[in-house]
Ligand binder design. Structure first.
Ligand code: NAD
Ligand code: GLY
Length: 358
């Protein structure tokens, strides 16, 4: 087991990464206060809920099983968690355990942020995307029909337990979607990691344990350092949203669940590369190099053509990455170097939207 520490003062926590960690006695239970409520979904429950409950040993524990899918990441389904907690008289000394991918993690985290004005929660991410990104950093929330992740809170978990063993049952398409967020880290901040990914992509697609463990550890280290520097996204944390302003528009415009989050992010990165090229921030060789890695990972490098430029702009204007009414974009200066800007020539953005809609 490897442990990456995220240092946020009183809100610091460990990110444990390794195989068979769910079953490891004491590890999960050691982070629980008086009682545990495991939140999971109908796909993950038959695979991992029994192991999780067994690992909790003598800790009084219950579970709540939600419907599976991004389309259920909403306030109505969130209420099922509150109902389960209240029906069983859970008090403030309880700990919620998010057993699942990013949808379960975001919803459980938001339930923990608001139940009785805030209780502890543990992230047990079971998708690659959740292990490298959503379980770390404390962003929690749900979607609204008018915008992705629009209702939520910052609430840090007390621990993250990333059990690599769970990735064995993950669907191929979901694995590839997770790779989009891994590749994102190389793009925004770490050219060595990008080069490492170019050399190790086949091993990652083949689920090689050593390569996957390394990718998860390096991703968590990058994310931990960024969140430590800017927990509430007043500055550099926004870099983690590379491709997301475009991607969130794709997810919302297509209807949640049709495009996977990682797929939408990949197409969004391709669009950010296009805008960065039009602004002469990167050369053509860099743009093509970036696209090639996404393509090799089996990820989309264009949005669905039916989304018009106007629809993109409507959703992008609602995204949280809007600064005083102007759309903020994460733009690339090179592989491994990026910046946030609201002050760019909007003709380049319009040209990108026209290009991909054509
Ligand atoms: P997901 O949670 O929908 O999981 C993908 C699918 O895989 C689901 O059907 C799930 O039931 C299934 N699954 C999960 N683990 C499995 C396993 N081990 N074996 C078999 N099937 C398994 O999707 P995701 O990609 O994990 O997360 C996407 C969500 O994360 C989006 O809602 C996105 O907005 C959010 N997100 C949040 C942050 C953050 O910082 N909070 C960052 C990135 C993404
Ligand atoms: N996934 C973006 C963030 O955590 O800030």
């Amino acid at each position: 087991m490897q442990t990456v520490h995220i240092d946020l003062g009183l809100r610091s926590y460990p990110i444990h990464i390794g195989s068979d960690l769910i079953a490891q006695r004491g590890l999960l239970a050691g982070h629980v206060r008086d009682r545990a409520m495991v939140v999971t979904n109908e796909t993950i429950a038959p695979l991992y809920l029994d192991h999780t409950m067994a690992a909790l040993g003598n800790v009084p524990s219950s579970s709540v099983i939600l419907p599976d899918g991004e389309s259920f990441k909403n306030l109505d389904v969130l209420n099922l968690i509150f109902t389960a907690l209240l029906a069983e008289n859970f008090d403030r000394n309880c700990t919620l355990i998010a057993l699942g991918g990013g949808v379960i993690g975001d919803m459980t985290g938001f339930a923990a942020a608001s139940y009785q004005r805030g209780v502890d929660f543990i992230q047990v991410p079971t998708t690659l995307l959740a292990q490298v990104d959503s379980s770390v950093g404390g962003k929690t929330g749900v979607n609204h029909a008018l915008g992705k992740n629009m209702i939520g809170a910052f609430h840090q978990p007390v621990a993250v337990i990333a059990d690599m063993h769970t990735l064995a049952t993950l669907d191929e398409r979901e694995l590839r979607a997770g790779l989009a967020e891994v590749i994102k880290y190389g793009f925004i901040i770490d050219s060595d990691f990008f080069t490492w990914l170019e050399a190790n992509l086949e091993a990652l697609l083949a689920r090689d344990a050593e390569a996957t463990g390394e990718a998860v550890r390096r991703s968590c280290e990058i994310k931990a350092r960024v969140v430590e520097a800017d927990e509430r996204e007043h500055g550099m944390r926004a870099l983690l949203n590379l491709g997301h302003t475009f991607g969130h528009a794709i997810e919302a415009a297509m209807g949640y669940g049709h495009w996977l989050h990682g797929e939408a992010v990949s197409a969004g990165i391709a669009m950010a590369l296009d805008t960065s090229r039009r602004l002469s921030l990167i050369d053509e060789e860099t743009r093509v190099r970036g696209l090639k890695l996404l393509e090799r990972a089996g990820l989309p490098i264009a949005p669905p053509p039916q989304i018009s430029p106007d629809t993109f702009l409507q959703f992008m204007a609602r995204d949280k990455k809007v600064d005083a009414g102007s759309i903020r974009l994460i733009l690339l200066d090179d592989i491994g170097r990026s910046h946030v800007s609201a002050d760019f020539d909007h003709a380049a953005l319009h040209a990108t939207l026209q290009h991909f809609a054509a």
